[in-house]
Write a protein that binds this ligand. Structure first.
Ligand code: NDP
Length: 250
């Protein structure tokens, strides 16, 4: 089996698979042979991920879900298992920012960011844990951020959520390892997506100066890391964080 079909026979769920990093992950996993359930806020947006999977020569299905709704997580996982016979890969990628200085940050800014970026990872992992443990096979990948490692002014809510994911990753790796389920995190740096396109030219320029590899990241830079952690190539890797940031956090 070549690396290009290294995910043949696997079933993946990718949250936030409609745009940006999530869509690149969907395309890469599908291109390497996985069947992919694309989760996004509407069936229409999830359909964009399905189109990307098909363009990569793969198979995918769209699911509308607000990742903050844990009952819906259980429902979607049940439908995926029913349709495709199991689930091997979960990528907790859906995320939002509500940047604000702490003195001006509303309760809603705090709750939305924690619920979407952190709590949802717990409820979606809980939903897949049973079928993964039963199959003695699973790889959960939490998309965190270097902001969770180094902090960032105006992003204390986001940093809390992303740092929290490291604790979730290590705890669940220890909890689920004996049942054949691996749990890892990826910490992306500055990746060009809708989330970062609103940032001004000055900030982009200042960020570039901090990146030894001298370019902003591309969503596929992250997707390649996900494909590795999802695959049997990473069979002995769990509880770790793969930093993909061009050296920005050094
Ligand atoms: P985008 O803003 O481009 O895409 C966000 C994705 O999340 C969309 O698919 C969106 O779906 C989905 N989403 C948001 N809220 C919900 C929700 N409540 N329920 C279901 N789906 C939801 O983000 P990026 O691709 O830039 O980021 C992806 C992940 O990577 C995030 O976790 C982010 O924090 C992280 N990250 C990004 C970095 C960057 O530089 N871009 C750096 C470090 C980490 P829809 O299309 O339906 O709205």
């Amino acid at each position: 089996m070549s690396n290009l079909d290294g995910l043949q026979g696997k079933v993946a769920i990718v949250t936030g698979g409609s745009r940006g990093i999530g869509r690149a992950i969907v395309a890469r996993l599908a291109g390497q042979g996985a069947k992919v359930a694309v989760v996004a806020t509407s069936e229409q947006s999830a359909g964009l991920g399905v189109e990307a999977a098909q363009a990569a020569g793969g198979e995918a299905c769209a699911y509308a879900a607000d990742v903050r709704d844990s009952a819906r997580a259980k429902e979607v996982v049940g439908q995926v298992v029913e349709a495709w016979g199991g689930v091997n890969i979960l990528v907790n990628n859906a995320g939002v920012t509500r940047d604000q200085l702490l003195m001006r940050m509303s309760d809603e800014d705090i709750d939305t960011v924690i619920d979407t970026n952190l709590k949802a990872a717990l409820s979606w992992t809980r939903a897949v844990a049973k079928p993964m443990m039963k199959a003695r096979n699973g790889s959960v990948i939490n998309i965190s951020s270097i902001v969770g490692l180094v902090g960032s002014p105006g992003q204390s809510n986001y940093a809390a959520a992303k740092a929290g994911l490291f604790g979730v990753t290590r705890s669940l790796a220890a909890e689920l390892g004996a049942r054949g389920v691996r749990v890892n995190a990826i910490a992306p740096g500055f990746i060009q997506t809708d989330m970062t396109k609103e940032l001004g030219e000055d900030l982009v320029k200042a960020s570039l100066e901090k990146i030894p590899l001298n370019r902003l990241g591309d969503p596929d830079d992250i997707a390649r890391g996900v494909a590795f952690l999802a695959s049997d190539e990473a069979a002995y890797v769990t509880g770790t964080t793969l930093v993909i940031d061009g050296g920005m956090s050094l």
